[in-house]
Design a protein around this ligand. Structure first.
Ligand code: C2E
Ligand code: MG
Ligand code: MG
Length: 751
């Protein structure tokens, strides 16, 4: 039905226009052509709008309004034709004119309804400003054009104003449509052009007829009469379109074309007025409109300027990292992708950089210090990077750098430099904070030409660098990245447990009072068949996630206790501390299991110490107390590991069955350089003592720290300065060497 009416509308229009075109000057108004064909074109067009309303229903109320408007207009036209045919004479404006005039307010309603649905309500007042500006600017031009109307109509002010009313209303509507289109920006729906074209047809014919009506030169049945029908047909066709649902709102650039055009139009009027100042050919109305246009354009331009600035601001915010001011992930992706394409065959390197132990800094010194550290690291990276680099913070403690024109050697050199920069201690809130980074390196085009592939491979290389504590790692094609790394590692870990690939390294604890070593901490390692020795941070979280922790802890306990048996049999018995994760501690059978292991080897409970984290202590106090009490009842010592990084307090530890406190190394390593950090450590030692706890300092890396700890009453110390964690044979050798070193001076005195 709709299609039929659409075809009928345009068919009738073509017939009507063709008929008008063929008409000779001597022909007059014809009832068939002007009345029947012309009149019914409009009536059919109105019917078309109504039939579209049926299809669109309530979702598009603007169709109803437009159909009503077109009906009023086309019926007024029929009335006009009938009166004309009957030769009824009436003063202008006559009865049909009121009908024509009524079309406009109805059309405004239709437009308002459509705009309401079409326009994203987050868009600002620019639509209305543009529309006002459009009306004023074109009004000024029109006022000049229609000046003669005003002059001639001095005897019939109502007639003049009604004649002017049509084109002005057309213009107002057209300006609104342009406003709507301007606001849609890049999402412009083309079907609005139909409406604009319809109104343009109205403007042309309304101006022509206003001039000819006033000058009494209007002849019914001219070729131009077809323009009304064309306008009506276009507007009816507008109701046919099915706009797609509005896409997600996006920022659009403010349309400056319309305000620009209106400003030029207004200016033109002012120029014409100035040139014709003597003859005063430009009316006061036109001048006033032109001046108002300039004022409105000023306001509009100011607004557009503010909008542009806001857009620029938003764009900047969307591409920079708030904290560090570096480019963010989004900007890096967009930028690097383009660069890679531009560089094509020229070599460039991508460095993926991840800070080591950043979580520790955050947890122990607070997020504020963590943030400051990131800012400082960003600053250093920017300063150390070669010219033309692209640097971004991808998130958290991860950075990426793209560098042009470098080969493998130069990239590795750069990685070494960057790490050296990062490793320099940062003074943050009076504390010397030191951190390291692991860097994965890839080269383009050698390792890939797309950013996603390069990033994935850089990630693999970075992960390897972290695991092997190598600092940086150039991606090597050997590491097959086809399968998901984690999954493969998990399968390998199962095999490792089955085949006994896990082994223990032992780190001695030095008794600072006696200078003796009576205990060690067991630290798990994985001798991976391909990757070599792996450290706990490479596989513990994986084992935890996969629920393998219980098995792992059991295997560690067995091996540690086996080693304790050996040491007891030798001349240097050592107690061994084993780290137990929260997940293996909650196992209700664990205490019995440990008791069984000890009994099976004929070991006394004192040889074993369990290290638990603060995180475990804080989780569920009643349950924790219960588990620890059962272990303690067996005679096993309990140590709180990484003390100071969690949220427990000394006062609260008093309630728990705990023997030792291991102060986390993040407190110990700044001691040598920072008196405030040292004071903090010493007061913790005192408090621990007052609660009857033994204090163990972790991470002693230099002699000054060791001396200070000894002088201030710390009980035990552990750290690289004393010994790194090593295998049992190496530890035996180390102990033997120490014994010898102590014995030698004594030997000399006795000799
Ligand atoms: P942790 O229990 O705090 O162990 C001390 C860590 O500090 C060890 O790292 C050790 O190598 C390192 N360390 C010792 N002295 C120094 C020093 O002077 N400077 C520095 N920078 N580091 C030092 P490792 O072996 O990588 O162990 C890391 C963590 O993995 C351990 O922290 C522990 O929480 C966990 N872990 C190790 N073995 C096991 C295990 O068998 N079972 C469980 N559940 N966790 C384990
Ligand atoms: Mg430990
Ligand atoms: Mg620790």
């Amino acid at each position: 039905m709709n299609r039929l009416l659409l075809m009928l509308t345009w068919g009738l229009l073509a017939l009507y226009a063709g008929g008008l075109g063929l008409r000779t000057d001597s022909d007059h108004f014809s009832l068939v052509l002007d009345g029947l064909i012309g009149g019914s074109t409009q009536v059919v067009a109105a019917a078309l709008a109504w039939s579209n309303l049926r299809g669109a229903g309530r979702r598009r109320p603007e169709i109803g309004a437009m159909a009503a408007g077109l009906t009023v207009f086309s019926l007024s036209n029929v009335l006009y034709l009938v009166l004309y045919d009957r030769g009824v004479v009436y003063d202008f404006p006559g009865p049909p004119d009121y009908g024509f005039a009524a079309f406009y307010p109805i059309a405004v309603v239709a437009l308002g309804l459509a705009a309401h649905r079409e326009i994203d309500h987050r868009s600002g007042p620019d639509v209305w400003m543009d529309s006002v500006l459009g009306v004023l600017g074109s009004g000024a031009v029109l006022a000049v054009v229609l000046d003669s109307v005003l002059v001639h109509a001095s005897g019939n002010p109502l007639g003049a104003s009604v004649a002017l009313f049509y084109p002005l209303c057309d213009l107002f509507l057209a300006a609104l449509v342009v406003g709507v289109m301007a606001v849609q920006g890049r999402r412009l729906r083309p079907y609005w052009v139909l409406l604009l074209a319809g109104l343009a047809a109205f403007i042309v014919i309304d101006v022509i007829s206003a001039l000819s009506l006033i000058t009494d030169s209007y002849v019914v049945g001219g070729v131009t009469d077809a323009l009304w029908c064309l306008g009506i047909a276009l507007m009816a066709t507008w109701t046919t379109a099915r706009p797609r649902p509005a896409p997600e709102a996006e920022q659009h650039d403010p349309a400056l074309f319309l305000p620009g055009l209106a400003t030029v139009a207004g200016l033109g009027v002012l120029v014409v007025a100035a040139l014709n100042a003597d003859s005063q050919r430009v009316s006061r109305l036109a001048l006033t409109l032109a001046v108002l246009t300039q004022l409105a354009a000023g306001v509009r331009t100011g607004y557009a300027f503010r909008q542009l600035r806001r857009l620029a601001d938003l764009r900047r915010q969307a591409t920079t990292d708030d904290l560090t001011g570096l480019a963010n992930r989004r900007a890096f992706y967009a930028d690097a992708e383009v660069r890679l394409r531009q560089l094509a065959a020229r070599p460039c390197a991508l460095l993926l950089l991840d800070l080591d132990r950043f979580k520790e800094v955050n947890d122990s010194l607070g997020h504020q210090v963590g943030d400051q550290l990131l800012v400082e690291i960003s600053r250093r990276l920017s300063a150390a990077a070669p010219p033309g680099h692209r640097l971004a913070r991808l998130g958290g403690d991860e950075f990426a750098m793209l560098v042009d024109d470098v080969d493998a050697a130069a990239a590795e050199h750069l990685a070494t430099d960057l790490r050296a920069e990062i490793a320099r201690p940062c003074m943050l809130e009076g504390i010397a904070v030191r951190t390291d980074a692991s860097i994965g390196l890839v080269l383009a085009p050698e390792h890939g030409t797309t950013l996603s592939l390069l990033l994935r491979r850089a990630d693999i290389a970075m992960y390897q660098a972290k695991q092997a504590r190598r600092g940086h790692q150039l991606y090597s094609g050997e590491s097959d990245d086809s399968g998901p790394m984690r999954l493969r590692l998990l399968q390998e870990l199962h095999t490792a447990l089955d085949q006994g690939q896990l082994l223990l390294h032992y780190q001695p604890k030095l008794n600072l009072r006696t200078g003796e070593v009576n205990s060690v901490e067991a630290l798990v390692r994985w001798m991976h068949p391909q990757r070599g020795l792996l450290y706990p941070d490479a596989f513990l979280s994986l084992a935890e996630d996969a629920g393998m922790m219980r098995r792992l802890s059991q295997s560690v306990l067995e091996e540690a206790l086996d080693q304790a048996v050996l040491w007891r049999a030798g001349d240097h018995p050592l107690a061994i501390a084993v780290n137990l994760s929260a997940s293996s501690l909650v196992d209700a059978e664990l205490p019995q299991e440990i008791a069984r292991m000890l009994a099976a080897r004929g070991l006394p409970p004192e040889v074993l110490e369990i290290e638990v984290t603060e995180e475990f202590l804080m989780a569920d106090r009643d349950r924790t107390r219960h588990i620890l009490a059962r272990l303690r009842d067996l005679g096993i010592r309990i140590a709180v590991d990484d003390f100071g990084t969690g949220y427990s307090s000394l006062a609260y530890l008093r309630e728990l069955p705990v023997d030792d406190l291991k102060l986390d190394r993040s407190f110990v390593f700044p001691m040598a350089e920072d008196p405030r950090a040292a004071a903090l450590v010493f007061s913790t030692v005192e408090l621990a003592h007052s609660l009857g706890l033994t204090m163990i300092a972790e991470g002693v890396e230099d002699e000054a720290t060791l001396t200070a700890l000894t002088e201030n009453g710390c009980d035990l110390a552990q750290g690289y300065f004393i010994s790194r964690p090593v295998g049992a044979p190496a530890l035996d050798a180390w102990l033997a060497e120490r014994a010898q070193a102590e014995a030698q001076p004594a030997g000399r005195t006795s000799a």
